[in-house]
Design a protein around this ligand. Structure first.
Ligand SMILES: *[C@@H]1O[C@H](CO)[C@@H](O)[C@H](O)[C@H]1NC(C)=O
Ligand SMILES: *[C@@H]1O[C@H](CO)[C@@H](O)[C@H](O)[C@H]1NC(C)=O
Ligand SMILES: *[C@@H]1O[C@H](CO)[C@@H](O)[C@H](O)[C@H]1NC(C)=O
Ligand SMILES: *[C@@H]1O[C@H](CO)[C@@H](O)[C@H](O)[C@H]1NC(C)=O
Ligand SMILES: *[C@@H]1O[C@H](CO)[C@@H](O)[C@H](O)[C@H]1NC(C)=O
Ligand SMILES: *[C@@H]1O[C@H](CO)[C@@H](O)[C@H](O)[C@H]1NC(C)=O
Ligand SMILES: *[C@@H]1O[C@H](CO)[C@@H](O)[C@H](O)[C@H]1NC(C)=O
Ligand SMILES: *[C@@H]1O[C@H](CO)[C@@H](O)[C@H](O)[C@H]1NC(C)=O
Length: 611
């Protein structure tokens, strides 16, 4: 008996008990959440589709194909057919959202034409993949965890599953293979689990500082993802966090640098899948996600420009808005498509299977920190600045305006308080948009927290009133670097020179590639002129830099949290040339940037203290 027939025999025994379990094992079918007709798959229906096909195969004598191993046992109704013509792991592997004993593993398994033939793969049978996870890099010894899952065109051949029963704070190596041909394997991925929530702060990461690389705004056509490559190859980052705008919906023109995007402006599920697919062909991005794990958030461009809960700058959810969209899809349909494709391609957890859009979630990394990931964009955000609606100027400070929505806002306060109560040293809030008030000449960016002032005040009030220390807010979205002490805007009890009166720190990072908000391609000297003005006008802002594309790296232990900013030399071709632009220290209990800020000198941009 062939190995795959043995395998199928094994499958059958299990299938008798629970026919859809190999489909259910693939979390992509619950993309992004269960029990919703437009947003999840009925795996029973898919299973029935397979069975119908299987019956056809034996009853219709003219149907002949060797590539579906099957088992003609008594219980034919349960017989699974799986593709055995070979599969292509087209997009390597990835992992994400680890907990202390589990982590999500990801791959994509596409059926290929059997060797030597031009036969098109029949897509009406499931693809079956196995995975194994080991502690040794050469995959020797007994696997720590292993399992099997199906995928199919319904989920763009993505596979997302949870490896469980792992040891906390441990590095693992994993690989997928074709169930019908175990010698056909994916690249080997590296991942890790987090320390258990009760691990003492000084024991997390085996006592070494934990380092987190933070990215945002990676537009394919705007440049090469050198920042990803640099972080993967030239830093010791343990964790990668992307704060959103991981893909862009727009078409743009990257032909000049060999980065043209395929398709059109995104609107349908096919469009979003194609764009995610193309982004994942980037070698720097692959290197990054194959070797470390990822925590992901989405900002507007994962759906559409300046989106909010019911619309975007690109379209209104009206007949006119539908007509504007390239496919005629209304905003709501567009958002559903975007969210589905996102959950298929991103190794992120579905925290609440019944909460449609929820991606906000919290990770307790020992007693060292809580990493609290928010959704300030797609969940419940009230109307934002969509360019023509100047009314946002007048409503920006209304109390009844919410960026997070009531449920998430309450959860944030509870999470921060719980984190303090459990004696976690640091509270790191990963979110999309700039938190600190930033006056830009006469105006504010109303698509940032400046457009939701009461919501921002409530967050700060919660920190001050409950004496919650060591909060560090991360932000992306703005395509420039901004480092600030956290305090109520215009509060004169905060002292910009000493930092006294502050309640934390904000580290906002520039884009991986997207053009500077100071002016696309702006040179350092010109950007610094603007930065000088900005750090002069804005009390809380301690460093501003607007020329370089890049990312920043946090290095955290129980005594200090450091942030080192990196600028990439040139993103118009693939290279690993980056340099530190500034290094900041935050000391446990100080709730401000340590003075002198950045040690008094920076490699780029302007410090307030240098004025
Ligand atoms: C596998 O997929 C990659 C990426 O799409 C492609 O370049 C390659 O030709 C495929 N290999 C086979 C055998 O189909
Ligand atoms: C695999 O790695 C382990 C260490 O993790 C080592 O003991 C073993 O000899 C290696 N096996 C092979 C075949 O290289
Ligand atoms: C959306 O609606 C506003 C207000 O009615 C209008 O000014 C704008 O042109 C519309 N935009 C699109 C893309 O339809
Ligand atoms: C929100 O608050 C403003 C200002 O107080 C008020 O004019 C407006 O009617 C309120 N909107 C709603 C929906 O309650
Ligand atoms: C802070 O002061 C500036 C300048 O007077 C003003 O434009 C801004 O609205 C004030 N911010 C808040 C939150 O009151
Ligand atoms: C933070 O940086 C300082 C130097 O600026 C260094 O002494 C300290 O060890 C660093 N701490 C961590 C956790 O990386
Ligand atoms: C970046 O590299 C390109 C291609 O080599 C070159 O034309 C361009 O001048 C470089 N830009 C900078 C800022 O060095
Ligand atoms: C980053 O690492 C690569 C090789 O891993 C090396 O070629 C490159 O010079 C490094 N970059 C810097 C700025 O050190």
């Amino acid at each position: 008996m062939y190995l795959h027939q043995l395998f199928v025999l094994g499958l059958l025994q299990v299938l008798g008990a629970h026919a859809t379990q190999f489909l259910d094992r693939n979390l992509a079918y619950r993309s992004p959440f269960a029990e919703h007709p437009q947003l999840s798959h009925n795996t029973q229906e898919i299973q029935n589709r397979y069975l119908t096909h299987a019956r056809r195969q034996v009853t219709d004598a003219s149907f002949k194909d060797d590539h579906y191993p099957t088992f003609y046992g008594g219980e034919f109704g349960n017989s699974p057919f799986i593709w055995s013509g070979g599969i292509n792991f087209t997009h390597s592997v990835a992992s994400g959202d680890p907990l202390d004993t589990s982590v999500l593993l990801w791959t994509r398994a596409v059926p290929i034409s059997p060797a030597g033939t031009s036969e098109l793969p029949d897509q009406s049978v499931p693809i079956c993949v196995s995975y194994k996870l080991f502690t040794s890099a050469n995959l020797s010894g007994r696997p720590i965890d292993s399992g099997t899952a199906f995928t199919s065109y319904d989920v763009d051949f993505t596979v997302k599953l949870e490896a469980t029963s792992l040891k906390p704070d441990t590095k693992y190596f994993f690989q997928f293979s074709d169930c019908t041909n175990p010698s056909l394997v994916s690249p080997i991925g590296t991942t890790r689990t987090l320390a258990s929530p009760n691990t003492p702060a000084r024991s997390v990461n085996k006592g070494k500082p934990l380092s987190i690389a933070v990215f945002s705004c990676s537009q394919f056509q705007a440049g090469w993802f050198n920042a990803y490559g640099f972080a993967a190859h030239n830093t010791t980052a343990d964790i990668f966090v992307h704060l959103g705008d991981y893909i862009y919906e727009s078409l743009g023109n990257g032909a000049r640098i060999g980065r043209q995007v395929l398709g059109r402006e995104l609107a349908t599920i096919r469009d979003y899948r194609q764009r995610l697919n193309q982004y994942r062909t980037d070698t720097s991005l692959r290197a990054l996600i194959r070797c470390r794990y990822l925590f992901e958030l989405r900002d507007d461009h994962e759906v559409a420009d300046n989106s909010w809960k019911a619309g975007t700058a690109d379209s209104n959810d009206t007949a006119a808005g539908c007509a504007f969209s390239p496919s005629g899809a209304c905003f709501t349909d567009r958002k559903l498509a975007a969210v589905r494709a996102y959950h298929e391609w991103m190794p992120i957890r579905q925290v609440d299977l019944r909460d449609k859009l929820r991606i906000w979630r919290n990770f307790q990394i020992g007693k060292l920190l809580d990493l609290t990931m928010l959704d300030t964009r797609q969940y419940e955000r009230d109307i934002t600045d969509v360019y023509y609606n100047t009314v946002v100027n007048t409503i920006a400070a209304f109390n009844n305006r919410s960026l997070l929505g009531a449920t998430q806002e309450k959860w944030l306060y509870d999470t921060l308080s719980k984190s303090k109560a459990r004696n976690a040293v640091w509270r790191i809030i990963g979110q999309q948009i700039i938190f600190t008030q930033l006056q830009l000449r006469e105006s504010f960016n109303l698509d940032a927290w400046d457009g939701y002032r009461a919501n921002r005040a409530r967050v700060l009030d919660h920190l001050y009133k409950n004496k919650i220390s060591n909060t560090v807010i991360l932000a992306g979205d703005s395509h420039a670097n901004w480092v600030s002490d956290l305090a109520h805007p215009n509060d004169t009890s905060y002292n910009p020179a000493t930092g006294a009166g502050a309640i934390g720190v904000e580290f906002a990072g520039t884009a991986v590639t997207s053009g500077s908000s100071f002016g696309s391609g702006i040179l350092p000297a010109d950007a610094d002129k603007m930065s000088r003005e900005l750090v002069g006008v804005n009390a809380d802002l301690q460093w501003s830099e607007g020329s370089f594309r890049g990312f920043f790296l946090l290095s955290i232990d129980a005594d200090t949290l450091n942030a080192t900013y990196y600028g990439m030399r040139n993103i118009s071709f693939a290279n690993l040339e980056g340099f530190p632009t500034a290094h900041f220290v935050v000391k446990n209990g100080e709730n401000k940037l340590s003075r002198p800020v950045a040690g008094g000198t920076v490699g780029a941009g302007v410090l307030k203290s240098s004025l």
